[in-house]
Design a protein around this ligand. Structure first.
Ligand code: FMN
Length: 197
């Protein structure tokens, strides 16, 4: 392996930004890029090698299928609950078409429950970070969104997930419109750390 530059790693970590579909040009991202992101996701840390990350990749007509599925599910569930919102419905029916690829992020619960659920979710989040960083290193845009039908129990089967599993959201991937500035903001790390010496 070529020697990693610590400065470049820090730069990659700090300059990674969430890039939203409004900032995508509409140009497709190569499937090979998506495969590289998925391969790197597969190298996330995993307690007892449960490897709980599960992904469904939507592209082309697949994006239309996702849009149709999630908007219809939203309509069905919200109509029953009496809080249907037409604007939200339209957003769910059209937003997926702004991305090149959408990667549904799933957590498959270890059948033996050999580690606590929170560790499985943590592991999947690390896999997602691997995808985020791979995208950043290749100047590809992405962001993790957890809106829409993410936490609907009824959504799980569409993504190949069972009742014990979890859908954690979607990684929206697209070509970055370079005209938009990418500013990040964080409160100082010192506010979140306590040293005991
Ligand atoms: C688990 C998770 C869920 C997220 N869900 C959403 C979301 O539903 N909508 C959204 O606009 N951003 C979402 N984000 C992205 C955050 O808004 C974003 O990471 C934050 O604004 C910091 O920006 P940065 O990623 O560019 O540093 C999510 C991020 C994480 C880690």
């Amino acid at each position: 392996m070529p020697e990693l530059s610590p400065e470049l790693v820090s730069q990659l970590l700090r300059e990674r930004r969430s890039i939203y579909p409004a900032q995508f040009t509409g140009a497709p991202v190569d499937d090979e890029m998506i495969k590289e992101m998925l391969e790197n996701a597969n190298w996330a840390p995993t307690h007892r090698f449960t490897e709980p990350w599960r992904f469904v990749v939507f592209s082309g007509d697949g994006l239309k299928k996702l849009a149709e599925f999630q908007s219809n599910l939203y309509k069905e569930v919200s109509s029953k609950a009496g809080d249907f919102d037409e604007v939200k419905f339209q957003k769910l029916a059209t937003k997926p078409l702004m991305s090149s690829h959408i990667i549904a992020i799933g957590m498959a619960r270890d059948p033996k429950e050999s580690v606590p659920e929170v560790e499985e979710v943590s592991s999947v989040a690390m896999a997602v970070q691997n995808m985020y960083l791979t995208a950043t290193a290749n100047s590809v845009g992405c962001y993790w969104g957890s809106g829409g039908v993410t936490y609907y129990e009824e959504a799980k089967p569409f993504f190949g997930l069972g009742a014990q599993d979890k859908l954690l959201g979607f990684l929206y991937v697209g070509t970055i419109n370079k005209d938009k500035p990418l500013t990040g903001r964080r409160k100082p790390v010192e506010d979140k750390v306590r040293w005991v010496r």
